[in-house]
Design a protein around this ligand. Structure first.
Ligand code: ATP
Ligand code: MG
Length: 138
């Protein structure tokens, strides 16, 4: 059944000029891009987005990084979108990411790992609503 997920091309990938190549991988894998924009977020906005990680030791580093430059938040749609995007992204640590995955190809480290993808239906709904208004999601 068709499902929506939320993704971000992170600041490291945008800075290196990999946004277009990552979008090509996503489209090649059968995702429809429902909505996409280029934005820069504040540290406070990054903290709100990653609130589930607030107690983690890397929270400061993560939110500093996510607010360090432009990002491309986007909403993607296909059958089984949430799980399929996680598979296409590869492991959080690119050193452990499978061959052919986006993080294997484009990520430098566990902190600067090129792409975000929602991990469940509830988080996808929260994350889509965090970045997109209803009129942007037709
Ligand atoms: P994302 O939520 O960004 O899609 P993920 O679900 O693979 O990634 P999470 O466990 O949700 O991984 O961690 C969120 C993000 O926090 C990671 O993508 C990474 O950028 C950062 N992160 C996770 N673990 C570490 C760590 N040990 N050191 C530094 N940064 C980390
Ligand atoms: Mg996550």
């Amino acid at each position: 059944m068709s499902q929506r997920t939320f993704s971000i091309i992170k600041p490291d990938a945008v800075k290196k000029g990999h946004a277009g190549a990552i979008l090509a991988e996503i489209e090649k894998a059968g995702f429809k891009i429902v909505s996409i924009k280029k934005v820069s977020i504040s540290k406070a906005q990054a903290e709100g987005f990653y609130h589930v990680h607030a107690a983690r030791p890397f929270f400061g580093e993560l939110t500093e990084f996510m607010s360090s430059g432009p990002i491309f938040p986007m909403v993607l749609e296909k059958d089984n979108a949430i799980a399929d995007l996680r598979k296409l992204m590869g492991a959080t640590n690119p050193a452990q990411a499978e061959e052919g995955t986006i993080r294997k190809k484009f990520a430098a480290s566990i902190g600067e790992n090129a792409i975000h993808g929602s991990d469940a239906e509830e988080t996808a709904a929260f994350e889509i609503g965090y970045f997109f208004a209803g009129y942007e999601l037709k």
